[in-house]
Design a binder for this molecule. Structure first.
Ligand code: ADP
Length: 762
């Protein structure tokens, strides 16, 4: 029945509508009217409301009896005015229904019917929702004459609608939560998604997510919190045995709904929690998955909240979703951690492989140390590193390499006695030393604390280097923030240190060998120089002696008797033999000193063989031996120095003659080797041969198989050494095969040479 004021200047509508208060009626009419009214009253009661009738002329409202049933007020108690009714309308609805005086619904000539739903006060103070349908009767000029309407109580319907809407809202919230949680991959992400929504959905002031800890299932740990719990959230721990509602929900696996009894048994704990969070009543929902209780979603209120069945069901659904998300994200986290572990293990293996490969390449201790530091610091994210080795005095440490120390001031050399450092400890104990924080360093190595602090280093790892079975140095790594070395890192660092130590040992051996070899080379060179000088010094006087002996033999100084001539001939032979040996020594010395040059030309091998014969004919004849050159099947050419080749062949044939008894045979032959890539020239004899164990050593300088002073054959033991050096100098080689007692075969191989006249022939 909206529209409050009826304008006072509004003229009474009796011109067009007959007055309701007509002349007295006939009795049968009265009965009929009474019956009609009765029917009307019953009808309005049946629809659960009342009917009103406003008369413009009188300004009065008449109510049917339903008024009492609807708002608890009898029509007789009601003020018969629109104002009285409007006074009962809920202030929030007043404007809408025109009860605040701003809208005059009756005055709008274009409308005759209105429908409203609004709240009115029942006599007992409750607010009722009513539906008001009004019909306005207007005169010909559109002025309201009468307004008739019906009001019905729709409170129950409205409540049902509201409950339905709330249910729909809750379902939406659950759906939205589910969608949000589906994206969360870690427990803390789940907490961040769940807690604000839980506070909003449950009208709580505080929300906390508490989970059993991984290491101790009897402890609950806060993952996160919002509202008053935000500051105590992460890391807050609570034994599951606690009598707090939040612990009880986990222990017993059933929700606690925050009634007053919850706080009672644990007054102190509960008071402390209330003081910390501002919440003294808690709804604690167990997070259950597959029969396990993972923890609780706890909602805090300043006072015990009213939680009806529907809301309980809703909150449990909320908690179930949260539980599933926690379980799933834990699986994801575990899987991620496993994958990260596997990736780290792979990276470690690759790092070690790379280290092995790099260490195999670097020859010096300095380079080894640099590689170890580069890989070591990178492996564990250390800021600095150094490798120090113990000096020969056993007391002085020398830093051989460092990384990341620029501007930090690195000590280069220091005495162990003075240090008292993690390094000394590692060296002494031969086990790695790890210091995770400046506090730990100050407690364990007070002497080292100041310098570490000055260098801005807060954590250190020192790994001893066992070289040659003894700790002879260490690798030291430092971090500029506290760093607790994990088991994985420790294993990796130990492997790096072990490899580094091995490589250092190898590098030391290599260096020692290099030094020894250099010394030997120097000594050898000095010897060769000496030999070359001496040979030269000896040859001059011998040549002079030879010259004088020849002058005497030519009787330049007077006649020579046959006996003197014979003596002079012996002197000359001896001088020549001496000269030849000195020449041997000289050429060997030159060869060793690498002072021989070769004039390499394509040489006709048949010619080379033929050239030897005249040179050896006298010796062969003297021993009545047979000397034969096997004719070549096809022309052969060798790329060689003609003079050197004949020097070699002469030496080989001379040896054959020397070591073959009278009447023996000596053969010279040549063939092509390796599909024509090389040429082989062989000298065979039927002499005494060479024992198998001496076959190689005959090529060593000054070696003779029969080295006794009483041996029959002269010689220096240099011939074969010189011959092999010459052969190798021309890109060939000299080898021997022999059967003692049957003979020997020396084989000279030479690179093949191009045939000279081949192009002309074509
Ligand atoms: P030298 O002939 O001056 O002793 P060589 O270097 O030419 O020095 O020879 C070294 C040693 O090899 C000889 O002393 C000899 O014992 C052995 N030898 C060389 N050629 C033959 C050969 N054809 N038969 C047996 N022994 C040989």
């Amino acid at each position: 029945m909206p529209a409050e004021r009826y304008p006072s200047e509004f003229p009474a509508p009796h011109d067009s509508v007959p007055a309701p208060s007509a002349p007295p009626m006939a009795p049968d009419v009265e009965v009929a009217l009474a019956r009609s009214e009765e029917r009307f009253r019953l009808a309005t009661r049946a629809i659960g409301g009342f009917v009103y009738d406003w008369d413009a002329r009188t300004g009065r409202v008449e109510w049917t009896g339903g008024l009492l049933e609807t708002i608890g007020v009898a029509p007789s108690e009601a003020d018969p005015t629109i104002d009285w009714w409007h006074g009962r309308v809920h202030p929030d609805d007043a404007a809408r229904v025109g009860a605040d005086g701003h809208v005059d619904l009756l005055h709008d000539p274009t409308r005759t019917s209105y429908e409203f739903e609004y709240r009115v006060r029942h006599r007992d103070g409750r607010w009722l929702w009513v539906a008001d349908r009004m019909h306005v009767v207007r005169d010909t000029e559109g002025r309201p004459v009468r307004a008739v309407g019906g009001v019905t109580d729709v409170t129950a319907r409205r409540a049902a609608e509201a409950a339905g809407a709330a249910r729909a809202r809750r379902l939406d919230r659950l759906r939205e939560l589910g969608a949000a949680l589906a994206r969360m991959l870690t427990v803390s992400e789940v907490a961040r998604a769940v807690l604000p929504r839980a506070v909003a959905a449950a009208s709580a002031t505080v929300a906390l997510l508490l989970l059993r800890t991984a290491d101790d299932p009897d402890l609950l740990e806060a993952v996160n919190g919002v509202g008053g719990a935000a500051h105590l959230a992460a890391g807050w721990r609570l034994p599951i045995a606690s009598s707090l509602a939040v612990a009880r929900a986990v222990r017993e696996g059933v929700p606690v709904w925050g009634d007053a009894r919850d706080a009672a048994p644990a007054a102190d704990e509960a008071r402390a929690l209330a003081a910390a969070t501002g919440a003294s009543a808690w709804v604690a929902l167990p997070l259950r998955v597959d029969g396990r209780v993972l923890g609780t979603l706890a909602l805090g209120y300043p006072a015990a909240p009213e939680v009806d069945d529907e809301r309980r069901e809703f909150l449990m659904g909320f908690a179930d979703q949260c539980a599933l998300a926690v379980a799933r994200s834990r699986l994801v986290e575990a899987e991620r951690a496993a994958r990260a572990r596997a990736e780290r293990a792979l990276a470690h293996t690759q790092r070690l492989q790379r280290l092995t490969a790099e260490l195999a390449r670097v020859p010096t201790p300095q380079e080894v140390a640099e590689v170890v530091l580069r890989e070591g610091t990178a492996a564990v994210g250390a800021a600095t590193g150094s490798v120090s080795l113990l000096g020969p005095d056993g007391d002085t440490m020398t830093t051989v390499a460092s990384i990341g120390w620029a501007g930090r001031g690195l000590w280069e050399r220091y005495s162990l006695a003075a240090s008292g450092s993690p390094g000394l400890e590692a060296l002494r104990s031969r086990v790695p030393v790890f210091v995770a924080t400046p506090q730990e360093l100050a407690a364990r190595f007070p002497a080292a604390a100041a310098s570490a602090a000055a260098a801005g280093l807060q954590a250190t790892a020192v790994l001893p280097l066992a070289i040659g079975g003894r700790a002879q140095g260490y690798v030291s790594l430092s971090w500029s923030a506290p760093h607790a070395v994990t088991d994985e890192e420790r294993a990796l660092l130990e492997a790096i240190a072990a490899q580094g130590a091995q490589a250092l040992e190898r590098a030391r051996l290599l260096e020692a060998e290099r030094v020894a070899r250099a010394e030997a080379d120097a000594a050898n060179r000095a010897k060769s120089d000496f030999l070359a000088t001496m040979s030269h010094e000896l040859r001059t006087p011998i040549n002079a002696a030879l010259g004088y002996a020849e002058l005497m033999a030519l009787e330049v100084h007077g006649p020579v008797t046959p006996a003197q001539g014979d003596a002079l001939a012996r002197i000359r032979r001896s001088q020549l033999a001496l000269l030849s040996r000195i020449n041997d020594v000289l050429s060997f010395a030159k060869l060793e000193a690498r002072r021989v040059s070769f004039d390499l030309q394509p040489l006709d091998v048949a010619q080379l063989l033929a050239d030897v014969e005249p040179l050896v004919a006298p010796q062969v004849a003297a021993k009545a031996q047979a000397f034969a050159i096997t004719p070549l099947v096809q022309p052969l050419h060798a790329q060689a120095d003609a003079e050197r080749v004949s020097q070699i062949l002469l030496n080989l044939v001379s040896n054959a003659v020397k070591f073959t008894p009278p009447g023996g045979r000596i053969a010279l032959e040549a063939s092509s080797l390796d599909e024509g890539r090389r040429v082989a020239i062989r000298v065979r004899d039927t002499g005494r041969g060479i024992p198998a164990d001496r076959l190689e050593s005959v090529f060593d300088p000054f070696v003779q198989v029969d080295a006794t002073l009483t041996r029959e054959q002269g010689g220096t033991g240099l011939g074969l050494a010189i011959s092999r050096e010459l052969a190798r100098g021309m890109g060939g080689d000299l080898t021997v095969e022999s059967v003692p007692g049957e003979g020997s075969t020396f084989t000279l191989t030479l690179p093949r040479g191009e045939r000279r006249n081949h192009a002309a022939h074509a």
